[in-house]
Design a protein around this ligand. Structure first.
Ligand code: NAD
Length: 353
């Protein structure tokens, strides 16, 4: 057995259908009396329904959460939290809403209770991101890690199938890269393989019936495991590429992950054979990159950057950004093979060695 270091993040996880019924007790445990509820405009009604369960302890609902946490939105929410003297942020939504909670916590140290409604996984990571002047700055800080996460699969029944598929593949991406992380360890490897298996299996069932609660639970369980891997170890080429493409070219987050993942894994395949074996085993296929490409395609998810709004003229810049700051990755980052990777992803070709 090789030597390793494992840092576990201190979160309390409440999981299961109707687990949001336990929110009042969770607020009690934190000693919270005035919560600021956060959501996107689109999820206002759902947030209101959850807020109704905690009644007088809701100070206000802020429904301005937006993708990539624009600094202007963060400032508004921070000002409201200060003005209302809230003692807790209750984030009900996907990665964008949890991200807004993190932006508040980063400055104020306010505890966050997260109620995830997608499979993005941000709720179990100490990673934050705030966008200012078109540039998204990210960092790690334990202050932004939600204290409590309430995973209620019933809240994900409304997630449209296209977003369900790309969000689950976004989760798989965290686990896949975790399997070849330079600071990976046996514990995160177990979580990663099980997380990939759960996410992929859930999609098979949800294709037949998007309202299948057991399958929604399986997806959320997988998302928790995959997100936990993201929060515990470093990500490589795939996440850096997606960060660049999403941030610089304003492409939808989960879609970018879905398109790029098979190609990023193909890029690293020879340099990370053990990770590929585990990913393939979790998917029940012979080849990990091809298996992920097929998973996306067979569920009707986008498989080309072209289809999700990328302009071909931006590919050169994307390569330059990808090589401009080097980071640990199983295979060195080189211009020509990266350009080939992006060309294949742009066209939607199957990943080729
Ligand atoms: P999102 O939070 O932006 O949600 C996408 C859309 O789906 C929104 O319009 C939202 O209102 C809607 N939605 C969410 N849940 C729904 C539901 N159950 N039913 C119906 N509609 C629903 O998307 P996301 O993919 O969850 O999050 C993406 C953001 O999270 C990105 O900014 C990404 O960078 C960030 N992220 C951060 C981390 C981290 O660790 N910091 C991890 C993953 C993602």
């Amino acid at each position: 057995m090789d030597s390793f270091v494992y840092n576990s993040n201190p979160s309390r996880i409440i999981f299961g259908p109707d687990s949001i019924d336990g929110l009042p007790e969770e607020l009690d445990r934190l000693g919270a009396r005035r919560a600021l509820v956060l959501c996107t405009p689109h999820q206002r009604e759902k947030a209101q329904a959850v807020a109704d369960r905690i009644g007088a302890r809701v100070a206000s609902i802020f429904d301005g959460a937006a993708m990539h946490v624009p600094i202007e939105v963060a400032r508004k929410a921070r000002a409201l939290a200060t003005e209302l003297e809230v003692d807790c942020a209750l984030a009900i939504g996907g990665g964008s809403t949890v991200g807004l909670g993190k932006a508040i916590a980063l400055e104020s140290g306010l505890p966050i209770i997260a109620v995830p409604t997608t499979y993005a996984g941000s709720e179990v990571t100490p990673i934050y991101g705030i966008t200012e002047g078109g540039v998204k700055k990210t960092g790690r800080d334990l202050r932004v890690l939600p204290k409590v996460v309430v995973y209620d699969p019933k809240l994900t029944l409304s997630l449209p199938m296209d977003l369900t598929v790309t969000s689950a593949i976004n989760a798989i991406a965290h686990a896949a890269e975790g399997l070849y992380a330079h600071d990976g360890n046996p514990v995160t490897a177990l979580m990663a393989e099980e997380g990939i298996r759960a996410c992929a299996a859930s999609l098979q069932s949800l294709r037949d019936d998007p309202q299948n609660l057991a399958a929604r639970g399986l997806a959320l369980y997988g998302a928790w495991l995959c997100g936990t891997v993201l929060g515990a170890v470093s990500m490589g080429l795939h996440h850096k590429l997606c960060h660049t493409l999403g941030g610089t070219f304003d492409l939808p987050h989960a879609d970018v992950h879905t398109v790029v993942l098979p190609h990023a894994l193909q890029y690293n395949a020879e340099a990370a054979p053990q990770a590929m074996i585990r990913i393939a085993r979790a998917l029940g296929v012979a080849n990990a990159p091809m298996g992920l490409f097929a998973l996306a395609e067979s569920h009707g998810a986008p498989v080309s950057l072209n289809a999700i709004g990328m302009d071909e003229s931006g590919l050169d810049q994307a390569v330059e950004l990808a090589v401009s700051n080097q980071y640990p990755n199983p295979r060195p980052l080189e211009r020509a093979p990266l350009r080939k990777l992006l060309d294949q992803a742009f066209e939607g070709a199957a990943p080729a060695p």
